[in-house]
Design a protein around this ligand. Structure first.
Ligand SMILES: Nc1ncnc2c1ncn2[C@@H]1O[C@H](COP(=O)(O)OP(=O)(O)OP(=O)(O)O)[C@@H](O)[C@H]1O
Ligand SMILES: N[C@@H](CCO)C(=O)O
Length: 300
């Protein structure tokens, strides 16, 4: 197709919940997926697993929904996905698809990038804002939503904070991890979560790892979800013994996130989990990552 318009959209991986901020807090990480949308005579999807190449591809369906909401006629696309994000879950791979589709629709079929509109549609499509908001805005983001409008507050993460993402070689599906949540919680648990969530945001902003260690103690979802990750306990023990300030289930798992004081500390934790002898895990995916101050970026 000559003169075909093209958008290349780059979206960071994200770690949702940050322990005590269930469905509210999320951090953008410096690991990015790239989606190339190019006008074409028919739908073609490549670069991803065969099972994601159909009309139900999440980036494509998100593109269609964003066009529908803008009252614009979608055009067929050749979509190429280049993603290093593990499919075991927990690093916001679905949000990269949703955000890429929505932003590509705004760029190619709408009036240009509109971050607030993207946030509202992406939250609707993903069901909660804690991955899509940092994927759009970068940094550490706290959000709330009334189902129509999402309000998101962005904070910088201190330079000294490093993360170790640890993905075991098995998947935990978000839908399954949401089913194990308690239907109701006590006032005591609510009070615990609110106080600890505010302190977690402050600790990450200031780089205060002692405060982070005390603040990052979730009682709402992690105690129930840890059971879905057979290697959770040995990995947690090993990461904390190697000096991690906090150890979290990233999103709904199975990926876990160790939060560390500096890159050197993070490398020590990465080595320790990679070299576990007694509970060695074949096929463990481990990366030292920083926070990405940038959210979605694009070229048209
Ligand atoms: N590279 C990819 N290509 C196409 N589709 C993808 C790709 N990566 C993820 N997806 C889509 O996202 C879905 C995974 O979503 P899921 O919520 O289970 O994991 P996650 O977003 O990584 O985890 P979390 O929300 O806990 O961070 C896949 O089933 C697929 O539909
Ligand atoms: N807040 C979500 C993130 C995963 O999509 C959850 O924990 O279920």
């Amino acid at each position: 197709m000559s003169g075909a318009r093209k958008a290349v959209v780059s979206v960071p991986a994200t770690s949702a919940n940050v322990g005590v901020g269930y469905d509210c807090l999320g951090i953008a990480l410096d690991l990015r997926a790239t989606f190339t949308f190019e006008e074409s005579d028919g739908l073609v999807i490549d670069g991803c697993l065969e099972k994601f190449r159909g009309e139900d591809n999440l980036a494509w369906t998100s593109y269609l929904e964003a066009c529908r909401r803008m009252y614009r006629e979608p055009r067929p696309m050749h979509l190429t996905i280049d993603s290093p994000i593990p499919l075991s879950g927990g690093l916001g791979s679905s949000s990269t698809c949703v955000v890429a589709g929505v932003v590509a629709a705004q760029l190619l079929n709408g009036d240009g990038f509109d971050p607030q509109a993207a946030l509202n549609v992406a939250t609707f499509l993903e069901g909660h804002p804690d991955n899509v908001a940092p994927a759009i805005m970068g940094g550490l983001v706290s959000s709330f939503s009334d189902g129509r409008d999402t309000r998101s507050l962005r904070f910088d993460v201190a330079d000294g904070i490093s993360f170790v993402a640890i993905a075991p070689p098995y998947e935990v599906r978000t839908a399954d991890a949401r089913k194990v949540m308690p239907e109701s919680v006590s006032t005591e648990t609510c009070v615990w979560q609110v106080g600890h969530a505010v302190a977690t945001v402050q600790a990450l902003q200031s780089g205060d790892c002692d405060l982070l260690a005390a603040a990052c103690q979730d009682r709402l979802h992690e105690p129930f979800r840890a059971r879905l990750i057979p290697d959770y306990e040995p990995l947690r023990r090993t990461a904390l013994a190697a000096g991690a300030a906090a150890f979290l289930i990233s999103g709904s798992g199975s990926t876990m996130l160790a939060v560390c004081d500096g890159d050197e500390g993070a490398r020590r934790v990465a080595n320790a989990v990679n070299n576990m002898v007694e509970n060695h895990i074949d096929g463990l995916w481990v990366r030292v990552l920083g926070c990405s101050p940038k959210g979605v970026t694009f070229e048209v």
